[in-house]
Structures are given as structure tokens and as C-alpha cells.
Design a binder for this molecule. Structure first.
Ligand code: GLU
Length: 554
């Protein structure tokens, strides 16, 4: 229709491209059969949410395992909520967890790929080309309603118990005479652009979601806003244009978008674009007082990926945890494939949880503990060093002062068939091992050491002196333990707990008490890593001087 064309040209005088031009500029990708093109489309409005990391990890895995493409698109059309620099920091955090795009937005000065720009605020020409087309075919129109007017309308709809929104008889400018609209535009009246829906909310549509299965949805009849007054598109419209012209095959996004799917389907159909496949991923939930709720930015520290980075959960522990919540068969696979890389597991849509995934921090810790325990000491040292460099300066300085020493500490009860599982995260390490460092040991208040109050101080002193004076560093672990038993017996302690239990009166205590004296003297604590190893790592001189230092405060 000529009039529609005139309106379209009035609104977009500088748009000379057509939808056909865009089709040529962004042709379908040449990919092998079954290859998926997925994307992660963050809004730069703050920190990386754990739920977003989950979505992006899953999206990238589907692309990678099918030999497809995973790209990142920056959805920066909500200028009011935008936080400067957060786009880049999101990407840095994603990269820590191996979510690395093949193409797309990398930073404000960098992007790569043939389907860009990948930053929505730079795609206006593309959006406007499509909107111009929709106006030309009579499926988009300017709306001059003010915010107050829309508010009034909503109130009235609520009062009448009607479906709220801008549709049917409430779509005031839907059939507005084009002449009048053009005049108002020429008079520089503010307006936005709406999509003209042909749907009816009494109709049902049937749809297959890759995860949710067959769905029955209510047809869209809302004339949604597609172009805002700031000249930027809304999410719905940008989704249509971007996922079509970036040739996304699978839209993997949070299930909170499911309710707007009918809008998206109508948009794709109206444009004659092939619908992408949709996979609506479970939202990460938390149980609180027996009720499920979404992991919340405000209430839950584990909602921010930065929490896991700061705490130093190893990335492989966290990624693996996310895989367990992604696919119900992951854990069973892992059990029989311990030697494999977790990326050898093939994710599938049909094993996705259907009704929200529950977040379980204890499980993140457990998986991390398991995996960390089997790391070689020098490998773990590198991981810890990298973490401490950013998050724990004191620890970092200690590590680099003498890496060999730190590796020997890390190697306590490691690199063996059944390693100890002490650490769930890098930040667990320093509090447990810091006593090895002399300045930390020296700073311990020796008058407050936690000696067993039932033990006679003189006895403790004698035991410590005896050990100090007969110290033999050449013993292996078994011989050393025997020497501790002998030491116990020499001082009236049972060399075995069972023996002591049978006749407590006959002894001052048992070999465990004697070990505890030594442990406290050498580490300042009742709990420490394996005592034999502690002694070996400290060396004769330090063992003697620490015992002397302890005795000075008796
Ligand atoms: N920018 C949207 C969001 O952050 C993207 C949703 C999608 O993946 O389509 O929720």
C-alpha cells in the first residue's frame, strides 16, 4: 500500500536497505548436519548471575559438542539499567569457566564474526530495516499514547477484570488514519512503534520445546512495542531480528521467557522467517523454609559467580556441579568415567530437569573436594597461586617466597590411592597450613594454646623435652609412630587407645594425647595435617626451636 510506504519513508528516511539485502548480507551458515548455533545474550546490567553461567555453559556445550558455533551478543538496549564495563567483566568471568565464544562480542573494542555487529546498540540500521518493512506491509504502526494514558487504561482493565495490555479495542492507534499519524510525526510528537498482532487470545497454539516437550500456549494478541522512544528495540523484537540474522539454530534461554514465546512465534511467522528451535532451560532455585524460590541477587551470595571466584572454588568443581544440575544422568556417567574429561559427556535436552534446578552449595563443595584431592601437588600449586594472586595477597607472597616448600605442604597425603580430602576451595588451604610459616607460628599466643586441661603441665613438658632430645628424622612413618608409642610408654601413657580404655586409671592417657602435645607445640593447634609429614616438612631445627619456644611459655 502506497500510504504505508509513505509512512515508512517518513519514519525511516535514511533506511535504504531491504530485508532481502539483509538476507544476502547474513546468509545461512554452512554447517554440517546437526551442528547447532547457540548464543548467550547477556545484558550488561551488573554481575554475572550463577543462573546465567549455567545457561551459557549449557548453550556453549551444545554448540561445541555438535561442531557448531557459540556466540555472544551483548543486549545493551536497556540504557537505564546498564552498568558501564559490566559487559567486559561478564566475559572475563565466563572465560574463567571455559565459556569462550567462537564469535561475537568480546569487548567494546573487539568482536569477531560475519554476523555482527554483536552489540545491539550498534544494530539500529538492521532493526530499522525490518521495522520499515513491517510498516510497509501494515504490520507495524506508530503509537502516540502517553505513559499516563497507558496507566489509565491498565487501571480500567483491572477494574473490569479484563486481560491487561494493548490489544484489540484497547489498541488505540492500531487503525489510526495514516494521514493523521504522519501529520503528528511531522509535528515532532513523540511516539513508539508497535507490532500489529493478528492473533486472538481465545486461540491455542501448539509448540514443541526441546526441553519442555509439547506445549499448548495461548496465541498472542498484544500489539507489543518493538521500537522504544529512545530508538532502541525491545527484547522481543531484537530477539526476532538477531536470532534470525545471526542464524541461531537453537535458542537456549531461561524458562522465564516461555510466557512470551507466543509473541516471538508470531513475529517469526509474520516475517516469514524460519522459527529457530527453542530450549527453555530450568531456572536455578533454592529451598528456603521448605519453599522453592529463584536464586536471588539480593538474598543469596551464591547467586553471583564472583562469590565462587572469590572463595576459590576450583573451576572444574563448579563446572562439574553445573553439569550435574543440567543433566540427570551426568553423575552416573561420571562414576564410571572418572578418568575422562567432563566435557566428554554429551549433554542432551531430554535429560534436562523440567521444573527448576535446586542449587546445593554443599554439593559444589563435595564435588570440588573430590576433584581437588586427585590433583598433583605442583598442578594444584599453580591453581592456588593464580587464585591467591588476585584474592589473597598474604598467601600469595608466602607461596612465591618458596614454591617448593608450599608444594611439599600441599603434597601431604596427596598423590596416593586414597588422598585426603581437606580442601573444597583454595581459600580453605591457608587457614589449615599457615602455621608452617614461621612468622605465622611466631604470632601465635603461646599462653593460649589449647592444652588438654586434664593433663598435668609438667608431664606435657617432660614429654616434649624427651621428644626434642631424642628426635630422629631418619625414621619412616611407621617407625616414627612406633617411637611415639615408646615415648608414650616411657611417660606412663598407654601405647594404644583400646588398652587405655580398658583401664584408664592405670595410665596418664594414651598415645593420642602424646601426639596432641606435639601437634600443639609444633602447629599451635589441635588439628593439623598428618603430624609425621608436618615434622618432616618443618625439619629438625624448626621442630626443636618450636618445642623450645612452646616450653618458654610453660
Ligand atoms: N538479554 C536477555 C537476558 O539477559 C537474553 C535472553 C535470551 O537469551 O534470549 O535475559
Amino acid at each position: 500500500m502506497e500510504k504505508y510506504k509513505e509512512l515508512a519513508n517518513l519514519i525511516f528516511p535514511n533506511i535504504t536497505k531491504t530485508v532481502e539485502d539483509l538476507e544476502k548480507q547474513y546468509p545461512p551458515r554452512k554447517l554440517k548436519e546437526g551442528a547447532m548455533v547457540t548464543r548467550f545474550a547477556p545484558s550488561p546490567t551488573g554481575f554475572l548471575h550463577t543462573g546465567s553461567l549455567f545457561t551459557s555453559l549449557v548453550s556453549s556445550r551444545f554448540a561445541k559438542q555438535s561442531g557448531g558455533v557459540f556466540y555472544i551478543r551483548l543486549e545493551d538496549t536497556d540504557t537505564k539499567r546498564e552498568i558501564a564495563g559490566s559487559g567486559e567483566s561478564l566475559l572475563e568471568q565466563l572465560a574463567v569457566f571455559d565459556v569462550i565464544p567462537d564469535e561475537g562480542y568480546f569487548s567494546d573494542s573487539k568482536e569477531c564474526g560475519e554476523y555482527g555487529p554483536y552489540k545491539q546498540s550498534e544494530r539500529s540500521e538492521i532493526y530499522n530495516t525490518v521495522i520499515k518493512h513491517l510498516i510497509q506491509i501494515g504490520r507495524a504502526y506508530p503509537c502516540f499514547c502517553s505513559a499516563e494514558e497507558l496507566n489509565e487504561m491498565r487501571k480500567m482493565q483491572e477494574a473490569n477484570k479484563e486481560i491487561p495490555g494493548y490489544y484489540g479495542k484497547y489498541a488505540k492507534y492500531r487503525d489510526y488514519p495514516l494521514e493523521l499519524a504522519m501529520e503528528r510525526i511531522r509535528n515532532k510528537e513523540p511516539y513508539i512503534i508497535r507490532f500489529k498482532s493478528m492473533g486472538n487470545h481465545n486461540n491455542k497454539i501448539f509448540f514443541h520445546d526441546e526441553i519442555k516437550g509439547d506445549l499448548e500456549l495461548t496465541e498472542n494478541d498484544q500489539d507489543i512495542v518493538i521500537l522504544k522512544s529512545d530508538g532502541l528495540p525491545t527484547y522481543h523484537f531484537a530477539h526476532l531480528v538477531d536470532d534470525h540474522f545471526m542464524r541461531t539454530t537453537h535458542v537456549t534461554r531461561g524458562e522465564e521467557w516461555l510466557s512470551s514465546l507466543p509473541i516471538h512465534l508470531e513475529l517469526f511467522d509474520t516475517m516469514g522467517f524460519e522459527r529457530p528451535k527453542y530450549a527453555h532451560l530450568p531456572v536455578i532455585m533454592k529451598v528456603e523454609n521448605g519453599n522453592r524460590r529463584k536464586l536471588s541477587k539480593r538474598k543469596d551470595e551464591e547467586a553471583a559467580v564472583s562469590f565462587f571466584l572469590e572463595q576459590g572454588y576450583p573451576k572444574y568443581g563448579f563446572i562439574e556441579y553445573l553439569l550435574t544440575i543440567a543433566n540427570s544422568n551426568y553423575e552416573a556417567w561420571r562414576e564410571v568415567n572418572l578418568d575422562k574429561n567432563f566435557y566428554d559427556f554429551k549433554l542432551s535436552f531430554d535429560k534436562m530437569s523440567l521444573d527448576g534446578a535446586l542449587f546445593d552449595l554443599a554439593k559444589v563443595a563435595n564435588i570440588s573436594k573430590e576433584r581437588m584431592a586427585y590433583k598433583k601437588a605442583d598442578v594444584l600449586c599453580e591453581e592456588v597461586k593464580e587464585w591467591a594472586k588476585v584474592y589473597h595477597k598474604e598467601f600469595y607472597d608466602k607461596i612465591i617466597e618458596n614454591e617448593e616448600f608450599f608444594i611439599s605442604i600441599l603434597n601431604i597425603e596427596r598423590e596416593k590411592e586414597k588422598p585426603r580430602k581437606d580442601y573444597a576451595k583454595y581459600s580453605d588451604i591457608y587457614p589449615i597450613i599457615s602455621f608452617f610459616y614461621d612468622d605465622v607460628y611466631e604470632a601465635i599466643d603461646k599462653t593460649k594454646m589449647e592444652w588438654n586441661p586434664l593433663m598435668d603441665r609438667n608431664v606435657i613438658r617432660e614429654v616434649l623435652i624427651d621428644y626434642r632430645d631424642h628426635i630422629d628424622m631418619s625414621l619412616n612413618e611407621e617407625e616414627w609412630f612406633n617411637s611415639i608409642k615408646e615415648l608414650s610408654v616411657r611417660h606412663g601413657f598407654a601405647d594404644n587407645i583400646k588398652v587405655w580404655k580398658k583401664d584408664k586409671e592405670a595410665y596418664k592417657g594414651h598415645v593420642g594425647d602424646v601426639s596432641e602435645f606435639l601437634r600443639i607445640a609444633l602447629s599451635g593447634r589441635k588439628n593439623s595435617p598428618n603430624l609425621y609429614c608436618v615434622i618432616q616438612i618443618l625439619g629438625k631445627e624448626k621442630v626443636i626451636s618450636r618445642i623450645n619456644e612452646t616450653l618458654r611459655h610453660f
